[in-house]
Design a protein around this ligand. Structure first.
Ligand code: PLP
Ligand code: COI
Length: 345
């Protein structure tokens, strides 16, 4: 049965934690996952000797549920999050939570907290945070004896303050978020721990966040804080960096497809050199939390490089935004299988 949406200031929601009633939890022990259950307890009860706490043996995902005009609730490409979590698990020698169970757990959490899915038209959505952590009693540096897979959700608005208004970024030259053969392509907490200080320094200097360069040569753009980078060249080509140490963003792969198939642009993954910003007429950050945020300017070695404008979104970035959000909120037909409805029983 459909429930009435709770009364929150949806239009002014930031990216914060609001406790919702229900979360899903499954426990792995002796070689298998238990059947899992929903719980109202938002505290985890784990051993003080958990590998997740000491050695960062944990990974997570970020995805969103959207309310459509007709009142349906849908997820965007949850199978891709399930696959990426499986890859993160393999990188840290953790047991994979089966992909079909991952999607069902997300659907259950959304359905159980459906009154927290923001209303259509508010611009907000319900953010889901699946995570998988090493737990159990063990102090040696080796994979944990037990694991928890859990999914909680919280309603969110814009991650970058501007929304569709451009925001500016600095370039982190003294710090990397990941090493050349490290865990940059896995969604693991260590990458984010490494980003906290450069992020803080960028914020203190007045930027939305900082851009990370490739850790081996510091010449190519890798990430825009906790989002991927894209640029639109002066020849209208959609370009996004290729590197083994960036997170394979589901938003970025979706935009590559939409740029080609819906907007008729040439679209490619290739190197984006930090000293060749003038090849781009527009630039943006993309990700589940970041959505599509236009980049107004990048400051690099004394150069204040403005793309389309520091106050207006460029025309192609806007088209990509409208198409992407149109699909996510159910106004535009997406490619087969991209949108998965949440059964509300
Ligand atoms: N890059 C980083 C470092 C991220 O944390 C995220 C967020 O998930 C992304 C890129 C964007 O990935 P996605 O589009 O799958 O959310
Ligand atoms: C996401 O976009 O889902 C992220 O994980 C980014 C950040 C909030 C950690």
């Amino acid at each position: 049965m459909e429930k009435k949406i709770v009364d929150l200031d949806w239009k002014n929601l930031g990216f914060g934690y609001i406790k919702t009633p229900w979360r899903y939890l499954s426990y792995w022990k002796n070689g298998s996952w238990d059947e899992g259950s929903m719980t109202e307890d938002n505290r985890l009860h784990i051993s003080e000797a958990s590998t997740a706490l000491h050695y960062g043996q944990q990974c997570f995902e970020g995805m969103k549920a959207y309310r459509t005009k007709e009142g349906k609730i849908q997820l965007f490409r949850p199978d891709q999050n399930a696959k990426r979590m499986a890859n993160s698990c393999k990188r840290l020698i953790m047991p994979v939570f089966p992909e079909d169970r991952f999607v069902k757990a997300c659907q259950k959490v959304v359905a159980a907290n459906q009154e927290f899915v923001p209303p259509y038209g508010s611009g907000a959505s319900l953010y889901l945070r699946p995570m998988l952590i090493g737990v159990g009693d063990q102090i040696g540096v080796k994979p944990a004896p037990e694991y928890i897979f859990t999914v909680f959700c919280t309603p969110v608005g814009a991650y970058f303050k501007g929304g569709l208004s451009p925001v500016n970024f600095s370039v982190a030259e003294d710090y990397d978020r990941a090493a050349p053969h490290g865990t940059g392509a896995a969604k693991v907490g260590g990458n984010y721990a490494a980003s906290l200080l450069p992020h803080e320094l960028a914020k203190d200097a007045g930027y939305a966040d900082c851009i990370y360069l490739d850790p081996a040569t510091h010449t190519k753009i890798e990430e825009v804080g906790a989002a991927n980078f894209f640029g639109i060249t002066k020849n209208n080509e959609f370009v996004t960096p290729i590197s083994p140490s960036i997170l394979p963003s589901i938003t970025k792969y979706s935009l590559l497809h939409l740029a080609k198939e819906y907007l008729g642009l040439k679209a490619s993954e290739r190197d984006c050199f930090i000293d060749r910003l003038d090849e781009f007429a527009e630039a943006g950050a993309c990700g589940t939390a970041a959505v599509i945020s236009p980049i107004g300017a990048i400051d690099y070695r004394g150069d204040h490089h403005v793309f389309f404008s520091e106050t207006e979104v460029g025309p192609i970035t806007r088209k990509l935004y409208d198409t992407m959000l149109g699909i996510q909120f159910g106004d535009i037909q997406g490619p087969e299988g991209w949108v998965v409805e949440v059964p509300l029983d």
